[in-house]
Write a protein that binds this ligand. Structure first.
Ligand code: FPP
Length: 254
């Protein structure tokens, strides 16, 4: 039985200040949380589904336009075969079970990641969700599955080289803008706020290009305990930060 999550705007939303347009989340700590409860690691991933749905609802309420979530990395294949199997099957199940609910919230589901190795049935489920929700524009939910930041950069380089070989591009035309236009989802803006749960402070190969100027928040809670209110706390903190993008302002009065 799929547990219901409070739909966006079915409760009170506090005033939050200006929202980041693109929030990215490293949903970490599922396994440790489960083990601390005497449960197998997979129970942590199951509990993480509710956190994910609640966070999506909270992001919509906060006015976030793009939400990228790290569901399975190109390095996660190193986990035990049983855990990999579970994560593949569970991703498929979550996509199928939550598709209509996400659609009714106006969410457009999108996939970012590499095709090779990813289970065909998972790709199929992603494509069904993408097709069903393609006209929604409340929030783009970017499911990063078999995703790696270095892999994405290497894949962009491969596409550019093949265009150069075909004579479609000259080496001198390859600017940062050209490069970015060869990433998996070139229309998605850079990340404004990167959140990682579980107290670890690492990037772990997530959206390396897109996070160049992201503000970072490391939250000391395992992902299964994360809820929309925690997202709002991070958004409120983000609103108070000064983003300079390499620029500088001299604040000493003359
Ligand atoms: C990281 O925690 C989490 C993952 C690798 C999987 C994320 C999956 C979900 C949140 C489940 C719901 C969503 C989908 C689409 C399947 P970890 O296992 O690395 O935890 P640890 O650091 O404590 O070991």
């Amino acid at each position: 039985m799929t547990e219901k999550v409070r739909a966006p705007f079915a409760g009170l939303v506090p005033p939050l200040g200006p929202s980041p347009q693109h929030v990215a989340i490293i949903m970490d700590g599922n396994g440790r949380w489960a083990n601390s409860q005497g449960l197998p690691r997979t129970a942590g991933h199951e509990a993480g589904e509710i956190s994910l749905m609640d966070t999506i609802a909270g992001a919509i309420e906060a006015g976030v336009r793009y939400l990228s979530v790290y569901a399975f990395s190109t390095e996660n294949w190193r986990r035990s075969p049983a855990e990999v199997r579970f994560l593949m099957g569970y991703s498929r199940k979550v996509l199928r079970a939550r598709r209509d609910e996400l659609d009714s919230w106006g969410v457009r589901v999108r996939w970012s990641g590499r095709r090779p190795k990813l289970w065909t049935s998972v790709i199929r489920e992603l494509e069904v969700a993408e097709e069903q929700t393609k006209h929604n524009h409340t929030l783009d939910l970017i499911m990063c599955l078999n995703y790696g930041g270095r892999a994405e950069i290497a894949d962009a380089a491969t596409k550019i080289v093949s265009r150069v070989v075909k004579g479609e591009l000259k080496p001198g035309q390859i600017s940062e803008k050209t490069f970015a236009s060869h990433l998996y989802l070139p229309d998605v803006p850079e990340v404004d706020l990167l959140i990682r749960t579980s107290g670890e402070s690492r990037f772990s190969n997530f959206l390396l290009w897109q996070c160049a100027y992201a503000e970072m928040s490391f939250v000391d809670l395992p992902w299964p305990q994360f809820r929309r209110e925690h997202l709002w706390d991070e958004i409120a903190a983000y609103a108070g930060r000064e983003r300079r993008f390499g620029g500088a302002v001299d604040k000493v009065r003359q």
